[in-house]
Design a binder for this molecule. Structure first.
Ligand code: PLP
Length: 392
């Protein structure tokens, strides 16, 4: 195809109400709650970030980052396998292995790259990977890049996953799922998926980007009660509850060694800056010590759900800090976003292809840094915005 003018393509995106716009994060309230400034200069309380434990702004985390930068420099200089692997990376990997109860952990620059690395290392041409229909785009892209055939089973449906495994038992090598689904907030049927994957000798890959640090009795995430045998490949991200940046894969010694040899998104990229690893180590220590952060974000979630129910705001069935309201079209989701913006809240409309067409939504995410008053005010504002005619 010849080179096409992009203005026509952009106009087409706009016609479908699919234009994405950035807003600039301006700073933090005294509570540590993120504040966002829109193009028209309004300051909004952010209910869309994934900073579940309120650690992104934490002074001790920021101090660990700057202290490390002074000591070890801003950049790593090379990939991990050349000369980019430093002591802060090494310690963080040990601490993440310990935290997740796995033999080893391996840092990746982003969760997106961790998923590409895992899928392309464990699956290939002539093989089959099974994915939940609502898996994160980075798992889907990893499956595409692997060259394996992929089948998608009905969302969070362990029977459908088992059926798909039975139908392609010979070639099925990977079953991959989000732990907590990023746009729905519900949790995968992990024990059953684990049993099915073990029975068919497939790898179960769980991407717990939104569970790590938040769920489980000890905050270890949606897989906390499951061993390496159940979940041999555990992926976590560090830019959400842990407030910094990056990702990791945790598993057996051999799995990690294999990824170091095979995973191109690990091998062919510059190592994360060590100050980021230092900040993450501090955040991990705080998350473990200050259990009130996890308790608080879950208590605020319960509070928000109760208020929304009383006010007739139809939330999806989610017990995690991700609380979506499905509005059914881009137009409806954008209108609700605009209405909330007018009264001081940033709640982003999520549209296709991030969610299936027809399930466009507002996605509220709660943080330990929110105040009770902000949460109550948001529920009130949502009850006055055009969300009550939402599809339940
Ligand atoms: C955010 C997210 C990722 C990507 O992680 P990054 O570190 O932001 O690249 C991967 N998987 C899921 C389920 C996510 O929600």
């Amino acid at each position: 195809m010849k080179r096409q003018p992009l203005d026509a393509a952009l106009a087409d995106i706009a016609r479908q109400n699919l234009t994405r716009r950035r807003v600039t994060v301006d700073g933090f309230a005294e509570t540590g709650q993120r504040l966002v400034t829109t193009v028209d200069g309004r300051t909004l309380v952010d209910f869309s970030s994934n900073d579940y434990l309120g650690l992104a702004h934490h002074p001790a985390v920021a101090a660990a980052m700057s202290e490390c930068a002074v000591r070890l420099g801003a950049g790593s200089g090379a990939s991990h396998l050349v000369t980019g692997h430093g002591v802060e990376h090494e310690r963080l990997e040990e601490e993440l292995a310990d935290y997740t109860g796995r033999e080893r952990a391996l840092l990746f620059s982003t969760g997106y790259m961790a998923n590409l690395g895992v899928m392309t290392s464990l699956a290939g041409r002539g093989e089959v990977v099974l994915l939940d229909r609502l898996n994160h785009a980075s798992i889907v892209d990893g499956a595409l890049l692997s060259g394996a055939r992929f089948k998608r089973y009905a969302h969070a449906d362990a029977d459908a996953a088992e059926q798909a495994l039975l139908e392609s038992s010979e070639q099925a090598v990977v079953v991959a799922t989000d732990g907590v689904f990023s746009m729905d907030g519900d949790i995968a049927p992990l024990p059953r998926l684990a049993r099915a994957a073990v029975a068919h000798k497939a790898w179960l890959v769980v991407d717990d980007a939104h569970g790590i640090g938040v769920l489980g009795q000890r905050g270890r995430g949606s897989t906390e009660k499951l061993s390496t045998d159940d979940v041999p490949v555990l992926i976590g991200t560090l830019g959400k509850a842990l407030g910094s940046f990056g990702a990791f894969v945790a598993g057996s010694r051999d799995l990690i060694e294999f990824l170091i040899q095979k995973a191109r998104p690990y091998i062919y990229t510059t190592a994360l800056p060590q100050p980021i690893a230092a900040a993450t180590r501090k955040a991990l220590a705080i998350a473990q010590r200050e259990t009130w952060r996890r308790e608080r974000v879950l208590a605020l979630t319960t509070r928000f759900r109760k208020a929304a129910r009383e006010l007739g705001v139809p939330l999806l069935d989610s017990n995690t800090p991700i609380q979506p309201v499905v509005l059914g079209s881009s137009q409806a989701a954008l209108r609700a976003q605009r209405e909330l913006q007018e009264v001081g809240f940033r709640v982003v409309a999520i549209r296709a292809p991030t969610v299936p067409k027809g399930s466009e939504r507002l996605r509220v995410s709660l943080s330990a840094a929110h105040t009770e008053a902000q949460v109550d005010a948001l529920a009130q504002a949502m009850s006055r915005a055009h969300v009550k005619d939402a599809v339940e």
